[in-house]
Design a protein around this ligand. Structure first.
Ligand code: F6R
Length: 602
């Protein structure tokens, strides 16, 4: 996730852009850059760091020109540094562009362009696009045609802002699976990843759809189809958001926005890893002793991975909370060990310590990380990124479901490499995984009824979350979400454990949330629901079988899917329930008491 803002009009472009970038900083903040054009010349300033510091250090506000584009980056390919910051340019320096998204086939394109004599400065996937347009320009009648031809060759997600010195009156903006919206002014026009970037100047907007591009000049705007090049009719809408609302895309809290971003984030996780998962799977296939280390929500992702690895790759990893691993397992780690560290921030002290210990003992370390260039990525031998974009809410949501996505991809590929599961089944599972974003969208539609449920339950003191098999981690994660933002006591446990003690705590009206997808233990959890009901518990069941409706007070119907993928979808209603309980109890879910986003001390 990155932020884009473009301006063309009569104001100094740099002023509009710097303000816009500040408002988009929540979309990424590891580096930033601006290109402006004046007198047929491009001016580019960019670097690693926060926007305020860069504005001062690089003199953003002294850049000339009345058209330009800015970018705030959240790195996906190439560490955050000055060279990888956007804009990126072609060999001639006449085309500059900024990008939000992931180009899946950039390696092949880069190879091809290198063979044709192009010179690359950065490690980004973005730079490929500038060179590809330059290449197409050699045989195209117009810049627009060259741009379109180049973009038709890209696979992946992209929102782009493009400026070309040969056409001094316009800017180009393109959208495919990454957001982009035009701001329509009087004698000036804007484009941005999100409305707040220009809301100070205009509330008249045109939302681009996927595979559309816009040409904006001072006094005009046109939207065309990327595939056909034909003009698309669009309507101007007026938004009535305040600036603060707009920053959260109209959501009252970042957490809710991030919950709703999950379909996009999961798609990016798939696109971003499709090209490299095979080589990582081949590497880890060599190891029999595998530890997975992580804390909190990331630890729960590790627990899901255990089931995926067991069932598909017939490997049983030992999943340990990193704070325990570092003191308990030292003697078992050696050169034949693989340690998989899962960490959103890449800065969690216990996880980093576990990784360092593993490296010291000669183990190979794979990190699954969201923040590019974070400490974990520097300690690890190799890294897979979750591509969720910055998560501002303290409670992990989209970073969890993207961790699960990457782990599912890894388990599927590992099973392919090892030949431990039927290849046809693996192909089907992979196809189903690419449909998970739509399944998450369907799960999100339960929001209104979950809000009503939260209203009914907001004064309850204890909650129990039960699951079996691969749903046990979902129970743990559902309970953690509730505890951390609503401050209600909650326990997550394997449903089989109920009778061994916790059942004594069940009495009239105590909510029991049963995670009950179809699968080999479905009948077992039905019995657990019955035994809880018999003690007067208030049953909320999450599953795909309608019969659950008859034995539950509330039934949240999930779409049918392979049981192995249910953790990615079934957590969504639990996130939403926790969110609304938090808000109804008067808490700020984005900033729960006593908690920090990354725990950098032991
Ligand atoms: C819970 C939550 C925490 C983190 C944990 C690990 O919602 O966010 O439990 O999961 O602190 O953080 P990372 O993944 O950054 O290592």
């Amino acid at each position: 996730m990155c932020g884009i803002i473009g301006y063309i009009g009569d104001r100094p472009a740099c002023e509009v852009i710097v303000k816009g970038l500040k408002r988009l900083e929540y979309r990424g903040y590891d580096s930033a850059g601006i290109v402006t054009e004046d007198g047929g010349r491009l001016y580019i300033r960019k670097g690693a760091g926060r926007i305020d510091d860069l504005t001062e250090k690089l003199g953003f506000l002294e850049m000339p020109g009345k058209r330009g584009i800015g970018h705030t980056r959240w790195a996906t390919h190439g560490i955050p540094n000055d060279i990888n910051a956007h804009p990126q340019t072609d060999c001639t320096g006449r085309i500059a562009l900024v990008h939000n998204g992931i180009i899946e086939n950039y390696r092949e394109l880069r190879e091809e362009l290198l063979r044709r004599g192009h010179h690359f400065d950065s490690d980004t996937d973005t730079e490929v696009i500038a060179h590809l347009i330059e290449e197409e320009l050699k045989s195209s009648g117009s810049f627009e045609e060259a741009m379109r031809r180049a973009l038709l060759r890209l696979k992946g997600s992209f929102a782009l802002g493009i400026v070309y010195t040969g056409e001094p009156d316009r800017l180009y903006f393109v959208r495919n699976e990454s957001p982009l919206v035009l701001g329509i002014g009087d004698g000036e026009n804007f484009a941005a990843s999100d409305v707040p970037a220009f809301l100070e100047y205009t509330n008249r907007v045109v939302f681009l759809d996927d595979r559309e591009y816009a040409i904006i000049t001072r006094n005009s705007w046109t939207v065309k189809s990327l595939d056909s090049g034909e003009v698309v009719e669009k309507t101007v809408q007026e938004v009535e958001w305040t600036l603060e609302m707009a920053e959260k895309a109209g959501y009252p809290h970042f957490m809710l926005k991030e919950i709703h971003e999950q379909p996009r984030a999961i798609r990016d996780a798939i696109h971003g890893n499709a090209g490299i998962i095979r080589s990582v799977a081949e590497e880890i296939a060599k190891y029999d002793r595998i530890f997975i280390v992580a804390m909190g929500t990331s630890y729960h992702a590790g627990l899901v991975a255990k089931y995926l690895f067991q069932r598909l790759a017939k490997k049983v990893p030992i999943v340990e909370d990193a704070s325990e691993f570092r003191y308990e397992f030292e003697e078992l780690v050696d050169g034949n060990t693989l340690v998989i560290a899962i960490t959103q921030s890449g800065e969690t002290a216990d996880t980093l310590a576990a990784m360092k210990l593993a490296r010291r003992k000669g183990a190979k370390v794979l990190a699954i990380v969201n923040v590019v260039g974070s400490m974990a990525t520097r300690i690890a031998d190799f890294t897979l990124y979750t591509h969720a974009g910055p998560e501002i809410g303290v409670a992990a949501t989209k970073t969890y479901t993207t961790q699960l996505t990457v782990l599912a991809m890894l388990a599927i590929e590992l099973a392919r490499v090892l030949g431990t599961a039927d290849q046809e089944y693996l192909d089907e599972l992979e196809a189903e995984l690419s449909a998970v974003p739509e399944l998450v969208e369907r799960a999100l539609r339960h929001e209104a009824s979950l809000r009503e449920l939260a209203e009914e339950l907001k004064d309850r003191r204890d909650f129990f979350y039960i699951g079996r098999g691969i749903s046990v981690p979902t129970a743990l994660e559902g309970a953690l979400k509730l505890k951390e933002i609503s401050y209600i006591h909650a326990e997550g446990l394997s449903a089989g454990e109920l009778k061994h003690g916790p059942l004594a705590l069940l009495e009239d009206g105590v909510p029991v949330v049963a995670i009950a997808p179809s699968g080999k233990t479905f009948d077992k959890i039905v019995s657990n629901i019955e035994e809880s009901r018999a003690r007067g518990a208030f049953i909320i069941s999450i599953g795909d079988r309608e019969e659950l409706g008859r034995i539950s007070d509330v039934f949240v119907q999930m779409p049918e899917m392979d049981e192995l993928l249910t953790p990615i979808v079934y957590i969504v209603p639990l996130q939403i329930l926790a969110y609304h309980l938090s808000v109804l109890r008067g808490n700020d879910p984005d900033k729960p008491r006593n908690l920090a986003k990354s725990v950098t001390v032991e």
